[in-house]
Write a protein that binds this ligand. Structure first.
Ligand SMILES: O=P(O)(O)OC[C@H]1O[C@](O)(CO)[C@@H](O)[C@@H]1O
Length: 235
């Protein structure tokens, strides 16, 4: 795993932007995207740039179960607001939060990914080491699935809702197996709250206790980490 330590999320966004620009220049057409506060500076740089994604495809990592796409807390809405309305892609895919049949929905999403192999996947990391919504204990070979969120993730994401009770209890998420099939991966982590997860991801054993440690098995991962999130690394 290549590690880039930056001063702050602003610098981190610039580094990630460069990798997106390079990938696009080199013919990448399918971009895996993430939500949460972490990728925001990257999206700001993409929006401010001249990069053209109108021939490219985006595939998001996850979506809350039960939320309609026009719900302001949905990841579909988030992506529209922060990226797609300014930088449209030819096609943008997210799991459908209000799908009637969960089993069909995860199959549909896996077909989308199989038909559009991901060239560059952007990831954040949860305080408990989750990637996408693959919580500790997740199977490293998993495909898209319905996940029960842990109390720690519900508490962390409550800041985006009126209160904790409004946070959905389930999400659809690409699996770790799906994520590992991406050709190249950028993982961003900013802030002291991510320091323990970053140390476990990079220096800890490869174990489902830290889902992000699965990235040690991938040949082309760039971790972009700010100084606060890098603070618990030994080297
Ligand atoms: O970036 P945040 O808001 O700290 O969230 C951490 C991670 O958890 C998720 O929200 C779960 O999907 C990711 O999208 C994100 O990268």
């Amino acid at each position: 795993m290549k590690l880039i330590v930056v001063k702050d999320s602003e610098q981190g966004g610039k580094e990630a932007y460069q990798i997106f620009a390079e990938a696009l220049k080199n013919g990448a057409t399918v971009f895996g995207l993430a939500t949460g506060s972490t990728p925001l500076t990257t999206y700001q740089k993409l929006v401010a740039s001249k990069l053209d994604f109108s021939d490219a495809i985006s595939i998001n990592l996850d979506e809350y179960v039960g939320l309609k796409p026009d719900n302001p807390q949905s990841y579909q809405y988030f992506m529209q607001e922060h990226l797609f309305k300014s930088k449209p892609f030819k096609r943008s895919y997210l799991p459908q939060g209000d799908a009637k049949d969960a089993a069909q929905e995860v199959k549909r999403y896996d077909r989308v990914i199989a038909e559009n192999p991901i060239d560059l996947q952007l990831l954040g990391i949860g305080r408990n080491g989750h990637i996408g919504f693959n919580e500790p204990g997740s199977d490293f070979t998993s495909a898209t699935h319905k996940v029960a969120l842990t109390p720690s993730t519900i508490a962390a994401n409550a800041r985006f809702f009126k209160n904790k009770d409004e946070v959905p209890r389930y999400a659809y998420s690409m699996g770790i197996g799906t994520i590992l099939k991406s050709k190249k991966i950028i993982l961003e982590a900013f802030g002291a709250a991510k320091a323990a997860a970053v140390a476990a991801m990079i220096e800890g054993p490869v174990t489902p206790a830290c889902p992000a440690s699965a990235l040690q098995k991938h040949a082309d991962v760039v971790a972009i980490v700010d100084e606060a999130a890098a603070a618990k690394l030994k080297k």
